[in-house]
Write a protein that binds this ligand. Structure first.
Ligand SMILES: [Zn+2]
Length: 471
């Protein structure tokens, strides 16, 4: 056992996301996030393709998409991979910064006796997403079925402990202080961590240009007064200087929706981004349209409806409508849908393609790419399509965009891009790092780690994936 605190990066180095950082102090081991690596995964699978369930965790280990560490994975998934021998638990906890896939999703593979610590809102978000999705081995965070006894087996609940900002959590020699930050999903935290010999700051994902900069500033103040030895700092947009604000997005929406008059408006955005959802809601309300959401978003809004700080519309709000697509029988039979969805589809504010067809200007359809084939039923003739997320950054994204553009063109619609990123620009990161003043900095969650030297000089430490770094 090393004498000093060590960090091992099993993801998150030279890539945006996939954070799986092992912190070790006097035999206590904690993972900072345990996310899905899009970069490693996309080498072998497109987003529709999945590792074989029949081989448990084996396919992802064989391809290096998951690190091969003994004592962290679910025994049922190890057994399927031919590793039946019982392994001792290797880590004491996982600290989750927020509920984005690249930080959270691969908790799915971890053994159920590893406690997972996350913010209360993150827990609500994960539960609502999990309720919606079909059984998916890459996303079973709060509950899962034991395999291979798939049928009739009980649901296993993970040990999830929630925290709030400013609390101090003690795990043996390690003390953790979660502090809220602003990002493109609510319930997002950074961590100030004190081990037996060092103080460490983990940035998670953050921004200064969003609707709640005071959260991030709060973190910067606390991190600065903790006098950290090292900061693990995200650098998604370190190569950019400018940030669109959410109010810029609002203005662009207002302008185009105002001019679209009787025409159809379609928006593709990340439904977890409640700031964008609020922007869309406000534009819908002021333009006399209804915000048309899918059942997944309805469930998400319901899960977050108790949060007074978010103040989101409820799924039955008078300015919101829920879209009911044709499935199965093709005639909107209750049997065509999951029973949980049917409850939403029984609400009064449900609209079908037939309802919208003659009144194209009555909605802002926030339905996204998975509903694109609904254009065939809705039959728009012209209108606006808002691409309200990051522009594609890889080949897969470009292919999706190519297909999307063909659908849009087919129905005579025009494409407008408008987005406010969840990540701080290089200019803001410079400010954040200067104010926190860590004695050393390790760039994470970035494809441009070298640019950190510009803002923090020789104090920047470059690390290699999967090898231990001594603090
Ligand atoms: Zn994120």
């Amino acid at each position: 056992m090393p004498n000093k605190t060590t960090l091992t990066f099993h993801g998150g180095i030279n890539e945006i996301g996939g954070n799986k950082i092992l912190l070790e102090d006097k035999g206590t081991r904690i993972f900072l996030d345990f996310g899905k690596s899009f970069k490693a995964r996309s080498k072998f699978y497109d987003w529709m393709e999945k590792p074989r369930l029949a081989n448990g965790v084996g396919d992802l280990l064989a391809l290096g998409i998951l690190p091969d560490i003994k004592g962290i994975y679910r025994q049922d998934l190890l057994s399927l991979a031919g590793r039946g021998d019982k392994e001792d638990r290797f880590v004491d906890a996982v600290l989750l910064s927020h509920a984005h896939s690249d930080h959270a999703d691969y908790i799915s593979f971890l053994r159920e006796d590893i406690p997972i610590l996350m913010g209360e809102t993150a827990k609500d978000i994960i539960d609502s997403i999990e309720a919606e999705r079909q059984a998916n081995i890459e996303f079973e965070i709060s509950g899962f079925k034991k395999r291979p006894l798939e049928r009739g087996s009980e649901i296993i609940r993970r040990k999830i402990n929630t925290f709030r900002t400013g609390e101090k959590i003690k795990i043996d020699s390690i003390e953790i202080e979660p502090v809220h930050v602003d990002h493109s999903i609510p319930g997002c935290y950074c961590f100030i961590i004190r081990t037996s010999d060092s103080t460490l700051v983990y940035s998670g994902d953050l921004r200064m240009h969003g609707n709640k900069p005071e959260l991030t500033l709060d973190f910067v103040d606390r991190a600065s007064s903790s006098n950290p030895d090292i900061m693990l700092c995200e650098g998604t947009r370190i190569n950019e200087t400018y940030s669109n604000k959410e109010s810029d997005v609002l203005e662009i929406f207002r302008y185009y929706v105002g001019n679209a008059k009787e025409l159809f408006v379609l928006v593709d955005y990340s439904y977890k981004d409640v700031d964008r959802l609020t922007t869309l809601y406000n534009v819908a309300k002021s333009s006399g349209r209804k915000l048309l959401i899918d059942v997944k978003t309805a469930r998400y809004l319901l899960a977050l409806s108790t949060s007074t700080s978010l103040a989101l519309p409820k799924p039955n709000d008078e300015n919101v409508a829920i879209y009911k697509p044709r499935k199965g029988s093709g005639v909107y039979d209750d049997d065509d849908y999951d029973s949980e969805d049917v409850e939403f589809y029984r609400q009064e504010n449900v609209l079908t393609a037939e309802d919208i067809r003659g009144k194209q200007g009555s909605v802002i359809a926030a339905l996204g790419a998975s509903y694109i084939d609904q254009l065939i039923d809705i039959r728009p003739s012209g209108g606006v399509y808002f691409h309200s997320m990051s522009e594609p950054f890889n080949e897969e994204g470009e292919i999706s965009e190519f297909k999307m553009n063909n659908w849009i063109e087919r129905f005579g619609m025009s494409r407008v891009h408008s987005h406010c990123s969840g990540h701080a620009s290089g200019r803001d990161l410079n400010e954040i790092v200067k104010r926190i003043g860590p004695k050393a900095l390790i760039p994470i969650h970035t494809e441009h780690p070298e640019l950190f030297s510009v803002i923090h000089g020789g104090k920047v430490k470059m690390v290699r994936p999967n090898s231990a770094f001594e603090l």
